[in-house]
Design a protein around this ligand. Structure first.
Ligand SMILES: [Mg+2]
Length: 231
């Protein structure tokens, strides 16, 4: 039985810039203006990591003490813009069918995402991708600021709630950035990169994932990438 750990942004869905804008507004409301304004990419980073990197000159413990306040602001902004997110963003091509296809195979599917848990749940709901994903055993940006810590958390939750042990070798991390590949490798999981985010196939290949897909439109190729068999 495989434990498939899906990244969300750039892998299963895109939020049409709505989530990024909401995050920047929430950051400014809670923490004030960033001391630098280089608008770094959020891709592959946890929400906690984004807060820490946006305010590098501030005390990390103080910043993270205000995480609940930030989460509430961010979630309220996203909920207010739900229709816009659903209209400007959406599930990526093949994502719904991919979840359905793997759902018929010996796999348990959940998410491994830098998103805070309620934000992840909201985005998935708005684009209609909640089926086949067991969010209760996922790992989220609310769990840790380092993505590398997240696979172990998901394995622990799956083992505790599904009544059978899941080892790192059972896990498959699917994501669109080098950080996804790195966290999967760090945990000893299989890694599948999908070139539907900000990184192209060649850039992802440089990080040597176990498999690379252009997108999720070929369910047989996805299954082969997950199980490590030829498609
Ligand atoms: Mg991503």
């Amino acid at each position: 039985m495989k434990l498939v750990l899906w990244d969300i942004d750039g892998t299963l869905l895109y939020s049409g810039g709505v989530a990024g804008a909401a995050m920047r507004t929430a950051l400014t409301r809670v923490y004030g203006r960033p001391s630098h304004d280089d608008r770094r990419s959020y891709a592959g980073k946890t929400d906690q990591q984004i807060i820490l990197e946006t305010f590098p000159d501030r005390d990390a413990t103080e910043l993270l003490a205000r995480l609940p306040e930030f989460a509430a602001q961010y979630l309220a902004l996203l909920e207010a813009q739900a229709q816009e997110l659903a209209a400007r963003g959406g599930a990526l091509p093949g994502a719904a069918a991919a979840l359905r296809h793997l759902g018929a195979l010996p796999v348990v599917q959940t998410v491994l995402t830098g998103n805070l848990q309620p934000v992840a749940a909201l985005k998935l709901r708005l684009v209609g991708l909640t089926g086949h994903l067991q969010l209760a055993i996922g790992a989220f940006g609310s769990d840790h600021h380092q993505r590398n810590a997240l696979p172990a958390i998901a394995l622990q939750r799956a083992t505790a709630s599904l009544g059978r042990p899941f080892a790192a070798s059972d896990a498959v991390v699917i994501g669109d950035t080098p950080n996804d590949v790195a966290c999967g490798r760090f945990a000893g999981a299989r890694t599948v990169a999908v070139a539907t985010g900000p990184f192209g196939r060649e850039e992802l290949a440089a990080h040597a994932p176990d498999a690379i897909l252009d997108d999720l439109t070929d369910p047989a190729a996805l299954a082969a990438a997950v199980f490590g068999t030829a498609s």
